[in-house]
Structures are given as structure tokens and as C-alpha cells.
Write a protein that binds this ligand. Structure first.
Ligand SMILES: Nc1ncnc2c1ncn2[C@@H]1O[C@H](COP(=O)(O)OP(=O)(O)OP(=O)(O)O)[C@@H](O)[C@H]1O
Ligand code: SF4
Ligand SMILES: [Mg+2]
Length: 401
């Protein structure tokens, strides 16, 4: 394997990782919800509401592939990651991992899966115990899970440190003796020790210096290839996941609002929120399309997930919202071979349809009122993964691969 340099320095990102759709699904998440209860104060603590951190998320991740999960702060990315690693117990929904639904499993039943699904955390400072040596941090899970015989733990730790580009002789050093990028490598070595099939990387480079981010992403890319690991890569902005993730899901207030392959998201996004995120990183869009990008300014903050807006959650900040948006929730509708969007007025920037693209499917009129003349139809691409047919928005007909 191409081991990266042990010292931190500026490294260019590599060629983009491509999707391999021929691989079987490893993770299928269906209608996942996490509603954290809010309790009243006082002696008798009653449930007085819920924080709808994740509110009906579905997607599929194929073995050895990577999916980027992007959105502003508070939209539910980390909660989704923690549900998949079963650090949280979901309110409802299923998490099919390699043929087993992890959602209803007890702590004990989850034990055999703990190894297969590993998490890398954002903060390389707080995620490592400062009182433990690197040898203990990486070696303890090896012992706990009986990964290698006791007398082979040290040599395996050294091997892992070498794989992640650290000096194997530094196993007896403490986390504070390493730089941020190196500490993140220790976290990666700890996760890698379990030989996982899936890694949930929650903003693994956000806390790092920009010059080091590409190095760590390149390392993850190497590890993915070498050990055939699938990644759910969580990030704030679309720039970071572009190279590593051939498929991207954009989240807003607990829901996926757009999901698709790299080309669909970066060159042909159809959701105003994705378009706003892209316009915040103009180089990204301009470089891929050659077109000048109008800056779309997102007004205000993400509303509270305790009481999200009715209809479309994005409507309070959407520059093109109309009547129907406050009344009817837009479904995540498949509009291309590998592209889904949840917007009544889905269209590329500057090419917004005049009437809702969803109304016929949902059996409502253009204002969102039930239309007695229309009969609701099945929403193409409903659920995780992609269907063979979809709604072709250009000619309002069914498209097919
Ligand atoms: N344990 C919890 N109890 C109650 N509410 C929570 C809990 N964890 C998260 N939340 C709330 O759920 C929402 C989603 O949080 P989450 O951490 O998943 O967002 P995020 O997209 O990862 O944000 P960031 O980009 O800031 O990391 C937020 O409103 C948050 O306050
Ligand atoms: S459904 Fe309406 S409010 Fe929501 S993103 Fe589309 S246009 Fe905006
Ligand atoms: Mg987070």
C-alpha cells in the first residue's frame, strides 16, 4: 500500500473515487427516526415534546463504496451516524447491515457487529484518552475482541501504526505528543484494528488544518481500497466529500432533501438547499460546469427540530417557496438514474418549474389542496436505493435506464 508520509504537510487530493454499483448493498437504512424526548423539570418528569433529530431517513450504501452526508450544523448528521453504529437506539426504522437489522438488537446481540461497524470522530483531541499510550489505545480493542493472541498485540499495533503512516516505534507515546493530523491517524488505526466492513467517519478532518485534511482523506482512500471498507462520510460542506464520495446525501432538519451520484449533485442539483450550499463554495460549481455561480444567501438559522415548519422543512428559508410548500411535505422523488430530490419545484438553478412537479403524484392541486380529480400514484424511488424507473422532469414522463 502507498503509505503516506508520517509528518504532516501539504498534500494534494488524489483523483476522485468512483462508484462501483456492481457491489451488493452492505447497509440499507429505511425510514430511520430518532426523536429525543424532552422532559419537564420537577419531581414528576413528564415527556413534554421531542427533538426530531432524524426524521425518516432512507439510503443504501454498497460494500466498499462511500456515501457523503452533508448539511448545516444541527441537521442530524451525527445522530444518523450514531444510530448506524448503534450508539443510540432508534425511535423507529430499520438498519439492515449485511443482512441483519441492527435497529431492534440488544446490547448483547450487537456484540458480534461492534467490530464490523467502526466510528471515527471529529475531534482527534477528545476522542483519545490522554492518559493512555498509543499502544494501549490501539491495542486494548484488539485484546478485548480477541483479534490476535496476547503476545502478538504489540506487533499488530506497530503494524497498524505503520499502515496509517505513523512511526511504529511511537507506540509508547501519549496522544499529546502528536499533532492533530497524527492523532486522527491514531483514531483511524484504532478503528482499523477491528477490520471493519463499514466506517462511519463523523467530520474526520473538520478539526484539522486545511493543509492536513487532504493527507487524511488520501489515507482513508488508501485504506478503503486496501481493506475494502465502506464509508459513511459526514461533513459540513460539499467541498470535502467531493473527492472521496461518489455519492452524496444532503440533509436538512432531520431529512434527506437530495441524494445522488457526484455528477447529479455537483453539476445538476435540483434542490434550492443543495444549490445554496454549492453557491457558498463557488469554485466547486464553477470548476465543474464552467458557469458563473450566483451566490444564494441562506437567510436565518436552521429552525428548531422540536417544532419543525409544516410541509417542507426548508420553506422558512427557501427563496422559491409557494403555497403548497407549507401544506404538503415533498416526497424524496427519484428524478434520474441515481438522483432523488425532495422539492415541489425541483429544477436546476434558474430553471424552476411554474407548477409543482409533485402535485399529480400526490393527488393535490398546485396550492396543495386535495384534488378530487387526481388519484395519488406511487412515488418513484420511494425507500432506500434507486428504482429502475423515475420521473423525468424534462418531459414529465417516466424515465428508464
Ligand atoms: N442526545 C440528544 N438529546 C437531545 N437532542 C439532541 C441530542 N443529540 C443531538 N440532539 C439535537 O438533534 C439535532 C441534530 O443534532 P446532530 O448532532 O445530529 O447534528 P449535526 O448535523 O451532526 O450537527 P453538527 O454539524 O453541528 O455536528 C440538534 O438539534 C441537536 O441539538
Ligand atoms: S418544497 Fe418548496 S419550500 Fe421546499 S425546497 Fe422546494 S420550493 Fe422550497
Ligand atoms: Mg455532528
Amino acid at each position: 500500500m502507498n503509505t503516506p508520509a508520517p509528518s504532516d504537510g501539504v498534500v494534494e487530493a488524489r483523483e476522485a473515487v468512483e462508484l462501483d454499483p456492481s457491489r451488493p448493498p452492505l447497509l440499507t437504512v429505511k425510514d430511520l427516526r430518532m426523536h429525543f424526548p424532552i422532559h419537564s423539570s420537577g419531581v414528576i418528569r413528564r415527556t413534554i415534546g421531542h427533538v426530531k433529530a432524524v426524521d425518516g431517513v432512507s439510503f443504501e450504501l454498497r460494500a466498499g463504496n462511500s456515501l457523503g452526508l452533508v448539511g448545516e450544523s444541527g441537521c442530524g448528521k451525527s445522530t444518523t451516524g450514531r444510530l448506524i453504529t448503534r450508539l443510540y437506539e432508534p425511535t423507529t426504522g430499520s438498519i439492515d447491515f449485511d443482512g441483519t437489522d441492527l435497529a431492534p438488537l440488544t446490547k448483547k446481540q450487537l456484540t458480534p457487529f461492534r467490530r464490523d461497524v467502526q466510528m471515527i470522530f471529529q475531534d482527534p483531541y477528545s476522542s483519545l484518552n490522554p492518559r493512555h499510550t498509543v499502544g494501549a489505545i490501539v491495542g486494548t480493542p484488539l485484546e478485548v475482541h480477541n483479534m490476535v493472541p496476547k503476545d502478538k498485540v504489540l506487533s499488530r499495533v506497530q503494524e497498524l501504526l505503520e499502515i496509517v503512516g505513523l512511526n511504529p516505534e511511537h507506540y509508547n507515546r501519549y496522544p499529546n505528543e502528536f499533532s492533530g493530523g497524527q492523532r486522527q491517524r491514531i483514531g483511524i488505526a484504532r478503528a482499523l484494528a477491528m477490520q471493519p466492513k463499514l466506517m462511519v467517519a463523523d467530520e474526520p478532518v473538520s478539526a484539522l488544518d486545511v493543509s492536513i485534511q487532504a493527507q487524511v482523506i488520501n489515507l482513508l482512500q488508501d485504506l478503503q481500497k486496501e481493506f475494502d471498507i465502506a464509508f459513511l462520510f459526514i461533513a459540513h460542506d460539499l467541498a470535502i466529500v467531493r473527492h472521496f464520495c461518489p455519492e452524496i446525501a444532503v440533509m436538512y432538519l432531520g431529512k434527506i432533501v437530495e441524494i445522488g451520484d457526484r455528477d447529479s449533485i455537483y453539476n445538476s442539483s435540483h434542490h434550492p438547499y443543495t444549490q445554496a450550499l454549492l453557491s457558498a463554495a463557488p469554485d466547486l460549481r464553477q470548476a465543474s460546469t464552467g458557469r458563473r455561480v450566483e451566490r444564494i444567501r441562506l437567510e436565518g438559522d436552521v429552525p428548531s427540530p422540536i417544532n419543525p415548519p409544516s410541509g417542507c422543512h426548508f420553506r422558512t428559508r427557501c427563496p422559491i417557496a409557494k403555497d403548497i410548500c407549507s401544506k404538503v411535505e415533498p416526497p424524496l422523488l427519484q428524478i434520474g438514474e441515481r438522483h432523488k430530490v425532495a422539492c415541489h419545484f425541483a429544477g436546476e438553478t434558474g430553471n424552476v418549474p411554474e407548477t409543482p412537479v409533485t402535485s399529480r403524484l400526490l393527488g393535490v392541486d398546485e396550492f396543495g389542496a386535495p384534488d378530487p380529480g387526481a388519484s395519488p400514484a406511487e412515488v418513484p424511488g420511494d425507500g432506500p436505493g434507486y428504482a429502475d424507473t423515475w420521473l423525468d422532469l424534462k418531459n414529465n414522463s417516466l424515465g428508464r435506464a
